[in-house]
Ligand binder design. Structure first.
Ligand code: HEM
Length: 332
């Protein structure tokens, strides 16, 4: 997004002095990639005061995270220790920076939560991310920025860029082939990036998170997509929770030799071994219309307890920095 000139720069420009005062574009230091990413998100979705630059439409919830104890052989993390039962502040969301994103549209759904401020998760409902590197994600977003005059996207440019960037295809294909969920409670959620699980003896094991809904994976039929309309997910979950908690089996999937460890666009085959390490139960959602505990908060996928470390996946490495840029801009 172009920045407004400072008053001094504007005055100099008006006086014809801009060209002699401002360094040539080629000499300007590049913005950090985290800033470029948030700028590129704003280029597509605009800036909406008080809102996240992605996951802008969403609502807060509360619940609990209960360890099965099966994770103890992989990690010393206290959140996965047998008997651990901790409160959770969560948020369900729709990907992208539009506060009006339709609930029946084909985009990504998100689930984020903090276990008692010790361990945070930021998950999506596709097993792969949009792009393999932060730079490739910037390019993905930039080509989708609408023309400022017409507000139209450039379909031929997008098609050409898709063809030139095969790393964008796995998520595009997944969203094309899987309908949007009928409920936030009937969607699986994936960590996508791998993490390293460490035992007190120094054992180290890469693994990825999958949250499998106890209610089953249920998508909208084409008729339901029409009938439900663009704003049903929050009320649907509220009604469901009146009958009992929404629940997920929390699984860790382990790779086999040769599986890529740091590639967010390459899911591991479904036959890789999994361990059920916990249950997530969502029991309540925020009061409608009021302020909620997670509104002003940021969830950080690399806020981890001892016994879990981030992998070297470049997408994971940049996330906390990009989320902090978004948090700092929420007042704008
Ligand atoms: C380079 C890669 C990524 C960038 C630049 C990015 C950017 C962002 C930004 C700017 C926000 C708003 C943060 C805030 O204001 O608190 C956000 C939120 C979110 N992102 Fe990402 N993201 C990336 C990758 C991912 C991945 C890999 C996942 C999941 C596997 C993910 C899931 C989410 C979710 C669920 C939210 C909503 C968080 C909430 O409810 O507070 N993102 N992302």
């Amino acid at each position: 997004m172009p920045k407004s000139p400072t008053p001094l720069a504007a005055a100099l420009a008006a006086a014809g002095a801009f060209a002699t005062f401002e360094p040539a574009a080629a000499q300007m230091p590049a913005e950090p990639v985290s800033t470029q990413l948030v700028d590129a998100l704003q280029g597509v979705f605009g800036s909406h005061a008080g809102r996240r630059r992605s996951g802008a439409k969403g609502f807060c919830a509360t619940g609990e995270f209960t360890a099965t104890g099966e994770g103890e052989r992989l990690t010393s993390a206290p959140t996965l220790r047998r008997g651990s039962r901790l409160p959770v502040v969560a948020r369900f969301s729709i990907g992208g920076g539009s506060p009006a994103a339709p609930d029946n549209g084909p985009s990504v759904r998100g689930l984020s939560f903090s276990i008692d401020g010790q361990h945070e998760f930021v998950l999506i409902n596709t097993p792969v991310f949009t792009a393999r590197t932060p730079e490739s994600f910037v390019a993905f977003l930039k080509v989708r920025a609408p023309d400022p005059q017409t507000r139209q996207m450039n379909a031929p440019a997008i098609a050409a860029a898709n063809a030139a960037n095969p790393d964008w295809m796995p998520q595009i294909a997944y969203l094309r082939d899987n309908p949007p969920p009928a409920s936030y409670a009937t969607s699986a959620y994936f960590g996508v990036n791998s993490f390293v699980f460490v035992t007190p003896q120094g054992g180290r094991q890469h693994a990825r998170w999958t949250f499998e809904p106890v209610a089953g994976r249920i998508g909208l039929t084409p008729e339901e997509r029409q009938a439900r309309g663009p704003n049903f997910l929050e009320a649907e979950l509220r009604g469901r929770l009146a009958q009992g908690p929404a629940e997920w089996r929390v699984l860790l999937q382990m790779p086999e030799a040769g599986d890529p460890l740091n590639d967010a666009v390459a899911a591991w085959p479904a036959n890789r071994p999994t361990v059920e390490v916990a249950r997530l139960r969502i029991t309540a959602i925020q009061p409608a219309g009021g302020p909620a505990p997670c509104d002003g908060q940021m969830f950080n996928p690399t806020l981890l307890p001892d016994g879990i470390e981030p992998s070297m996946d470049p997408i994971l490495t940049i996330r906390a920095e990009a989320y902090a840029v978004s948090l700092s801009r929420r007042s704008q």
